[in-house]
Write a protein that binds this ligand. Structure first.
Ligand code: G6P
Ligand code: MN
Length: 452
């Protein structure tokens, strides 16, 4: 099979490739097209992947290219993980909002909308190319904001595109780990939109183990969620919120601590990335090791400021991306491929078309829910309805997402202002206007889209 990675020069590509190297099932991926607009990154990535493949005689063949059509043509699967505007764009997503005392974050709040506005047109165009040149391909979209981008791409590709996020399964795995249970045997009841969801039950051997965790100060307190949300608030909710809900439930605290830490996540990553490329060109053989060091340092710092630290002084190292047994994204994506190509039926939490699963949301809205995947495609599972506060937040944010897609596709600044103004984390229409002005001024790729 041929797999195409859009944004193949990105930092997470080695995780995907390592998972492919270890995969011994049949059919398996034999060719990997790496598409990127940046030749320098592609070159460095090929060097890393080649080193990783050294001990694998049947390693998938690499086909790096800056030609989208060549990359896509004849693919069985497409992974999409690209960042329009690069890390400089991400820094602006964060800083324009923080300068207005509003949450400045890659996917949550106004930063995510600015990111979506410049990304939707690119990904809708990519979807059209895929429809033409790889009409049977399934697309696994990691491109953030994943919910919005997946919904926009569905207008071209329907259910052949699904959105992937590692946070729900990561949460389930950590719940299992904290309780000393085998994470491969848990079934999770999770509901939400991407980066806006709640773990309501974790079933193990026919019983829900979440109440036990909720009652245990030490275990709940040791979890990242216990740390950032506090035990009382998690107990009040009666479910474990996705870590990104920190920016909603503790909005003022989050704004204050990010500003106070003096450095955003984007600032930190931009530095570490450029240091990586400087050293990589001189590293010769050790480039895979250099990559490993860089990502380990990155994952140790994730959400550091939310936990009261700073990006430079992480409080606790995270197993998030560095543990080869799961590897977040790559694990979920490979699971989907195996389920579809080998009919290895699996239930995973994915971003898929609602289709009536959540009664209060439109049928064609993309939601993040447990989904059964097999050779017949993706089937979101029937689930308990969210409570009133959850459905309220989801509806509001979904409306915002749709205005954002409309702004991106029409180029209308008024539509963009409407999207920003209706966002629950933007507290005034005047702030929304300032945000749109700021993003247009600071990010050329946003200015190029919002021309009307
Ligand atoms: C998690 C989220 C991703 C997000 C990433 C940010 O994995 O699920 O959607 O992009 O964190 O990580 P970064 O290292 O780029 O801050
Ligand atoms: Mn995610």
């Amino acid at each position: 099979m041929k797999l195409c990675i859009l944004g193949g020069g990105g930092f997470r590509t080695p995780y995907v490739y390592q998972a492919l190297l270890r995969d011994t099932g049949s059919p398996r991926v034999e060719r990997v097209a790496l598409y990127d607009v940046d030749e320098v990154r592609l070159h460095a990535m090929v060097a890393i992947l080649t080193e990783l493949a050294a001990d694998f005689p049947d390693a998938p063949v690499l086909e790096p290219t800056t030609d989208l059509h060549r990359a896509v043509e004849g693919s069985d699967y497409v992974f999409a993980a690209l960042r329009v505007g690069g890390l400089e764009g991400r820094r602006c997503d964060e800083h324009v909002a923080l300068d207005l005392n509003v949450i400045g974050q890659e996917t949550t709040g106004p930063g995510g909308l600015a990111y979506a506005i410049r990304t939707v047109p690119v990904m809708v165009e990519a979807a059209k190319v895929i429809k033409d040149l790889a009409p049977n391909a399934y697309v696994m979209n990691f491109t953030n904001p994943a919910g919005i981008i997946t919904e926009a791409m569905q207008s071209v590709l329907g259910d052949r595109v699904l959105g992937i996020c590692d946070t729900p399964s990561g949460l389930g795995r950590r719940v299992a780990g904290t309780l000393g249970l085998d994470h491969t045997r848990v079934q999770m009841d999770y509901v939400g939109l991407n980066h806006l969801g709640w773990m309501r039950r974790v079933m193990y051997d026919g019983r829900d183990v979440l109440p036990e965790l909720m009652a245990d100060d030490d275990r709940l307190g040791a979890m990242e969620e216990g740390h950032v949300f506090g035990l009382d608030w998690i107990r009040s909710l009666g479910s474990i919120p996705n870590e990104y809900l920190f920016y909603y439930y503790f909005n003022r605290d989050a704004v204050r601590s990010i500003i106070g830490s003096g450095k955003t996540r984007g600032d930190f990553l931009a530095e570490s990335q450029s240091a990586f490329y400087d050293r990589a060109s001189a590293a010769g053989d050790g480039v895979a090791e250099l990559w490993r060091e860089t990502v380990e340092r990155r994952s140790a710092s994730y959400m550091a400021e939310a936990k009261g630290g700073t990006q430079d002084e992480p409080l606790d190292p995270k197993e998030r991306e560095t543990d080869p047994s799961h590897q977040g994204y790559a694990g979920v994506a490979l699971g989907v491929m195996a389920a579809i190509s080998r009919n290895e039926r699996q239930t995973m939490i994915l971003n898929v078309r609602n289709n009536g699963t959540i009664a209060g949301l439109p049928r064609d809205a993309v939601v993040e829910v447990p989904t059964m995947v097999d050779a017949n495609g993706v089937h979101p599972m029937t689930t308990d309805q969210p409570d009133l506060h959850q459905i309220g937040l989801m509806s509001q944010v979904k409306a915002v997402e749709r205005h954002t897609i409309a702004a991106a596709l029409t180029g209308s600044k008024d539509e963009a202002v409407k999207a920003f103004a209706l966002h629950p984390l933007v507290d005034s229409v005047s702030v929304a206007r300032d945000l749109v002005r700021g993003y247009v001024d600071r990010i050329p790729e946003v200015a190029a889209v919002l021309t009307k």
